[in-house]
Design a protein around this ligand. Structure first.
Ligand code: SAH
Ligand code: AVI
Length: 326
């Protein structure tokens, strides 16, 4: 199996130097040095984190995955018209690519399927499964961070391109960051690109808070795994039992915030640097923004994407948007 690493391609030298473990160490030390400690949520997804995320998608409280899958099933014939014959489908943060199969089954004349993810293990599993379920499909896994400049292979770049960004992963970026991403995707998918993108919708706070505080504690394990990863990969000294998961909804920002709360005053070392925590102090680990359909379409317009069709479920929990390069 051939996984293409973006750092093997024509990226900036300084980014090359900051790949992998060094980039992770740099981000952790920078984030823990701030007044409000923070860690970038893309580091959730090591092999264990990717497994835990798949467990989250099957939780009764976590409505987004099954709702989006139902929207895809119901409207896939219309959605497929956004993908030209012989075109490339380029997925950002593809994870297990399970929902993508709904679309792939409808696209027998697809030129190729590009999946971009930071999780090498998720890409490996998905590549293996897709090879057996879609034996004639040209699958191109790319290990990389879609929020950094990323060059598509020349033969893919030459095809008409449709982006696929499901799961409401766009919600894990602030609106300003999301604008930057949407612009970068537009540049990558141009000329004439389309984007099929999932966005979780605003709803009552109770449903939202339960989705990120499941009874079985899987989301808590997903959150704490970030500290375990720092211990494993950077020789950190986090006492995992001394941090607890917290997820709150901030209605003014329209976002779920995940935090790790230090249950006592303590000091933690990472790569020879020491970080002090007060009892109750938190590390902000993730935002998950919730949009109205209008808000999301305005965000798209502000980045020169033109909103076309939008599909939702009967309870208006989740939305899938078709955007066209304006
Ligand atoms: N698309 C899937 C998975 C969503 S989970 C779904 O809808 O269920 C988010 C996925 O995005 C994970 O697989 C994670 O590894 C990946 N990811 C998160 N931030 C990323 C980044 N900056 N670059 C590339 N992949 C990223
Ligand atoms: C990937 N992303 C859209 C998920 C979300 O809902 O924000 C990640 C997640 N975090 C906790 N549960 C799921």
């Amino acid at each position: 199996m051939h996984l293409m690493h973006t750092n093997a391609r024509d990226l900036l030298a300084e980014r090359y130097a900051l790949e992998g473990e060094d980039a992770f160490a740099h981000a952790v030390i920078d984030g823990l040095s701030r007044a409000q400690k923070t860690l970038p949520c893309r580091y959730f997804y090591d092999a264990r984190g990717s497994e835990l995320f798949e467990d989250i998608t099957r939780l009764p409280e976590y409505y987004p995955t099954r709702t989006e899958a139902a929207i895809l099933e119901a409207h896939v014939a219309e959605m497929a018209t956004a993908v030209p014959r012989g075109g490339a489908l380029v997925e950002f943060g593809s994870g297990s690519s399970l929902k993508t199969e709904i679309l792939l089954r409808q696209l027998p004349h697809l030129g190729c399927y590009v999946m971009i993810d930071v999780s090498e293990s998720a890409l490996e599993d998905a590549t293996r499964r897709l090879a057996s379920r879609f034996p004639t499909l040209d699958v191109r896994p790319i290990v990389g961070d879609f929020s950094h400049p990323l060059a598509l292979p020349a033969d893919v770049a030459a095809r008409p391109k449709t982006g696929f960004f499901p799961g409401s992963t766009i919600g894990n970026f602030t609106p300003a960051e999301a604008q930057g991403l949407l612009r970068a995707f537009r540049a990558m998918l141009s000329p004439g690109g389309r984007l099929l993108i999932g966005a979780d919708l605003k709803k009552d706070a109770r449903t939202l808070v339960l989705a990120y505080n499941d009874a079985a504690g899987v989301t808590a394990a997903f959150n704490v795994n970030l500290l375990a990863r720092i211990n494993r990969e950077l020789g950190g000294s986090f006492d995992l039992a001394a941090f607890r998961h917290e997820a709150i909804y901030d209605p003014r920002e329209g976002r779920i915030e995940m935090h790790l709360v230090s249950t006592r005053a303590q000091e933690v070392a990472v790569r020879g640097r020491r970080f002090r925590f007060r009892a109750g102090e938190t590390i902000h680990t993730e935002n998950s923004y919730k949009y109205s359909i209008d808000q999301f379409q305005d965000l798209a317009r502000s980045t020169d994407w033109e909103p076309r069709r939008v599909w939702t479920d009967p309870a208006s929990l989740f939305s899938v948007h078709e955007l066209a390069s304006a």
